[in-house]
Write a protein that binds this ligand. Structure first.
Ligand code: GDP
Length: 427
């Protein structure tokens, strides 16, 4: 059985915690897209961890963690994350890396920074992890597949060819130091030795595991609104964040994905530039940011303060639809306990007309939020384990969101800890 955990919003919905929790019951956990550009925050008996590249299952001895072919694989970073968790007392995890994954090269990180520098005030707010240059090269067919590290003749020829092309840009466009092909080849030899113990045909591995009745969890990064096709283009990431892509990025048949748990945040937050209709500012935003998440809303990768906003039903309904959500996990609800009233964005006013359907970016730029205001519950809800024990106004808030989403809310997260979750029986 394959299950996916994905985000409906701009990322940071709290997927890490839900993945960690469901990882306990999974045999295999797969990262299928993205790279080390976003992070999950996980709190468990070993401590607090910000994972960027490793799947959340690394804390369990019974799980196999897979870096799928769809991932932007930063090999030294992978090594660093493994060493880091092991040094904090976590037993060495069982990790496999797809032989078809492509390698995030040192120059991808450089090009990411150079391009942001060149764009100046018009920059994308990239995390400078090299993700956009990586995926550009992958689809321009000048990327390096892990398997190519083990084919010396091809590697030597390709390094020379790619360095020649990159050096034209470095010299004439960015005026930066050039790539030395000899040095690059040596780096790739080091990468080969680092990654060798983990490399295999992970698609075949998963296929065989499924035949044996094993449980597979696909772990998504970011959320629908950062998808290159369906998000707020161009302020998006460079690989698909949708569950559908999980089939490709993990190398499994699409019909194998039976359950798509879509994580929705009880309010909105976003890192980086881009349209954000229900955004709030000033003291109101500062207070929510300070109280939000676990110790404040600051990016797990960059430490940047997150932009804050009220729950956006238009964006979230679209977010769950594009994921194909079969169930919703609603997170960080506990944070809203201080509010007398909670505005919820239920429509967008665009050129004098109100719509409930999420539009393309050009229209989104003109959208103004239409709010409905719900009463707050003014109570601490952490520690509550049964849905019926939640304050009435809190349940009403959840049920309002559920109606707007049109997908059952089966889990309500009321604290950052692994077991701070309320499972909700469906009528
Ligand atoms: P991801 O990118 O979707 O995995 O998001 P993160 O893992 O970065 O989660 C965002 C933050 O919210 C982290 O600091 C989590 O510890 C925290 N968090 C997750 N669920 C809850 C919750 O229900 N309540 C509170 N207060 N914090 C939560």
């Amino acid at each position: 059985m394959v299950r996916a955990i994905v985000g409906a919003n701009w990322g940071d919905e709290g997927k890490g915690k839900i993945t960690d929790m469901l990882g306990e019951k999974s045999d295999i956990i797969v990262r299928f897209q993205g790279g080390s550009n976003a992070g999950h925050t996980i709190i468990n008996e070993y401590g607090k961890f910000a994972l960027h590249l490793l799947p959340s299952g690394v804390f369990y001895q019974h799980t196999t963690c897979i870096i799928g072919n769809g991932v932007a694989l930063n090999i030294p970073y992978l090594q660093k994350e493994i060493d880091d968790i092991v040094s904090k007392g976590v037993p060495k995890p069982h990790i496999l890396v797809s032989d078809r994954a492509q390698i995030l090269m040192p120059y991808h990180i450089d090009f990411d920074a150079y391009e942001e520098e060149r764009l100046g005030g018009k920059a994308f707010g990239s995390t400078k992890s090299g993700i956009a240059p990586f995926y550009s090269d992958k689809y321009a067919k000048i990327g390096f597949q892990v398997s190519e590290l083990f084919d010396e003749d091809t590697l030597v020829e390709k390094v020379a060819r790619v360095a020649e092309q990159k050096n034209i840009l470095l010299e004439h466009m960015y005026h930066k130091p050039l790539i030395d092909p000899k040095e690059l080849l040596e780096t790739l030899h080091e990468y080969r030795d680092m990654v060798a113990p983990y490399v295999c045909d992970t698609s075949l591995y998963i296929s065989n595991a499924l035949k044996e009745g094993k449980t597979v969890l696909l772990e998504g990064q970011l959320g629908t609104l950062k998808d290159p096709d369906f998000g707020i283009y161009p302020m998006v990431t460079s690989s698909s964040t949708l569950a559908a892509y999980g089939a490709i990025g993990a190398g499994i048949a699409p019909y194998e994905i039976k359950d798509i748990i879509t994580v929705v945040k009880a309010y909105s937050s976003a890192v980086g530039a881009g349209e954000f209709v229900s955004e709030i500012f000033g003291d109101e935003a500062d207070e929510l940011r300070r109280r939000g998440g676990d110790g404040g809303e600051f990016g797990a990768t960059t430490g940047r303060p997150r932009r804050m906003g009220w729950f956006d039903a238009v964006a979230s309904r679209y977010g769950v639809r594009m994921q194909g959500a079969t169930e919703v996990a609603l997170t960080v609800l506990d944070v809203l306990g201080y509010l007398d009233e909670i505005p919820v964005c239920v429509g967008y006013e665009i050129d004098g007309e109100v719509t409930k359907d999420f539009p393309v970016t050009a229209k989104l730029k003109k959208a103004k939020p239409v709010y409905e205001v719900l009463p707050g519950w003014k109570e601490e809800i952490r520690g509550i384990t049964k849905y019926e024990d939640l304050p009435e106004n809190c349940r009403k808030y959840i049920e309002f969101i559920e109606k707007e989403l049109g997908v059952p809310v089966t889990m309500v997260s009321n604290g950052p800890g692994r077991h701070e979750i309320i499972h909700r029986a469906q009528a």
